[in-house]
Design a binder for this molecule. Sequence first.
Ligand code: FAD
Length: 281
Amino acid sequence: MQSQKNHSQLFSFEFYPPKTDEGAASLQLVHNKLAQLNPDFFSVTFGAGGSTRDKTFTTVVDIQAKGIKAAPHLSCVASTKTNISAILKDYKEHGITKIVALRGDLPSGMMSAGEFRYANELVEFIRQETGDNFQIHVAAYPEVHPQASSAVDDFKNFKRKVEAGANAVITQYFYNAEAYFHFVDTCEKNGITIPIVPGIMPITQYSQLFRFSEMCGADIPRWLRKRLESFGDDRDSIQAFGLEVVSSLCQRLLDGGAPGLHFYTMNQSAPTMAILDNLKR
Ligand code: FAD
């Protein structure tokens, strides 16, 4: 595998927009702690169908005002060009220069009345509307997107997003480093040279991680699942073991040439900080 090491290693931290005042106050503290690590940027998720549109916006603008770049996620499912255009305009006016462009998933029971089918169409639209104002990040699935008809088709579809003008890639989380290295190899064989940053999900509990992984198609390898199950309700042991496993995954990824790491923080600072603390950089 050709290393992606020529890019300097960059770290980014993902938040979801807080739903309550307590959540917002807690996120301020989490942000302040993580900001001390001087990340490349913070990103803020976007509820499919625009359900968190205003909260994503205010969270992003607040974060950027404190000095470190913030990147809103923007999903296009069930959205119109007029809506997306208005959101892009707002972000541009507030000095936002990075965006994570996604299709998103329709909430169950919701019929799409949208004008976009896939994320490549959103990337193309962002470029048409705003030129080079935004550095566009897109999602990738080293373990294959759960709705893809095949791994080959999924890769072709991923390539469309890159060709539409993406500048960087953030992957779905995974616990199998080989899946990432294989994906990067395939990219390089297909002439894709933009940074492919692994998405990292710290392990702090088991049942929610298991449910979430089932939904998003992230594999929890059998050995890892069995070890986590064996701790039962012993949260301290799960956290200690999770820290060890995810720290060594991150070390392996960086040693193998990953250009950085993107942490799904779940609006907590301690698990991400503990992992970064364990890394030799
Ligand atoms: P796409 O790239 O459009 O792919 C979706 C599926 O369609 C794949 O199976 C692909 O193979 C297929 N496909 C793609 N293009 C075509 C085409 N042109 N023709 C035929 N088939 C095609 N969700 C949210 O709701 N909000 C968020 O903030 C959010 N943030 C995320 C951040 C990251 C880093 C990641 C990895 C995921 C995030 N998600 C988020 C989840 C994401 O929205 C879902 O995984 C969604 O199912 C796919 O989004 P996508 O942008 O990868 O879609």
